[in-house]
Design a protein around this ligand. Structure first.
Ligand SMILES: [Zn+2]
Length: 226
């Protein structure tokens, strides 16, 4: 519904290569869809996304749809989703990952999909949380409820890039607050984010969820950097 609504206002160009979309193509053209590198590893518990978290936080599963690199179509796609008012990209990719998980028979694995929240000042500025759209696509494909209000971000971490990894970790450790314990307790949570690089944000949020009583936490991202 929302993507149909947005389609009225956005020209029909591929969000990754900017070429015209053919009839039947949505958001990303078939050629880009085929050519953009996938992270893979949906059936491998030791895939490179999962390995980022070994020894840091226990995750049941960790996946990403695309392999992120700082140049090219996937970077452009993520940039447009975050900064060009095109959150429907997130929903589109979320639906693709959700459908792939469905094919793996994982539809009954999760109790709730929770997006990594933005700080309220960033949310106000951008107008939407791109990870919520990504989570919405997964939620619809898997028929698992989305809960975008269970966790809030209490600290704005916009200027973290210059800090050391340890300082950053200490900084992110206390940036999330679980608002709704009942929605988290004893649940298998699928935590979703746009791009995983160091994994510090996911680590902090997953630990907050576990401290709040989550039975287990898994992670799905739109893209992850190796
Ligand atoms: Zn394209």
């Amino acid at each position: 519904m929302l993507s149909d609504f947005l389609a009225l206002f956005f020209p029909r160009f591929c969000a990754a290569c900017e070429g015209a979309l053919a009839k039947g193509e949505k958001v990303i053209c078939l050629q880009c869809d085929y050519k953009m590198a996938k992270a893979g590893g949906l059936t491998d518990n030791n895939n490179f996304v999962a390995k980022k978290f070994f020894g840091r936080v226990h995750l049941q599963y960790a996946w990403a749809y695309y392999l992120f690199n700082k140049r090219g179509r996937i970077q452009r796609l993520v940039h447009r989703m975050k900064y060009d008012q095109m959150p429907e990209i997130g929903e589109f990719v979320g639906h693709k990952l959700g459908a792939a998980l469905l094919r793996q028979g994982l539809q009954h694995e999760f109790d709730v999909v929770i997006p990594i929240p933005l700080h309220k000042s960033k949310l106000k500025k951008r107008g939407y949380n791109q990870s919520e759209y990504f989570g919405s696509g997964i939620s619809k494909a898997l028929e698992v409820p989305l809960d975008a209000g269970a966790v809030v971000r209490t600290v704005n971490t916009a200027s973290q890039t210059k800090k050391s990894r340890l300082a950053r970790w200490k900084n992110v450790d206390s940036i999330f607050d679980v608002k709704d314990m009942a929605h988290v307790r004893d649940k298998h949570i699928l935590l979703v984010d746009d791009v995983i690089t160091t994994g510090s944000t996911i680590e902090a949020c997953a630990l907050s969820l576990q401290h709040a009583g989550a039975a287990s936490v898994s992670v799905a991202a739109m893209a992850a950097a190796k």
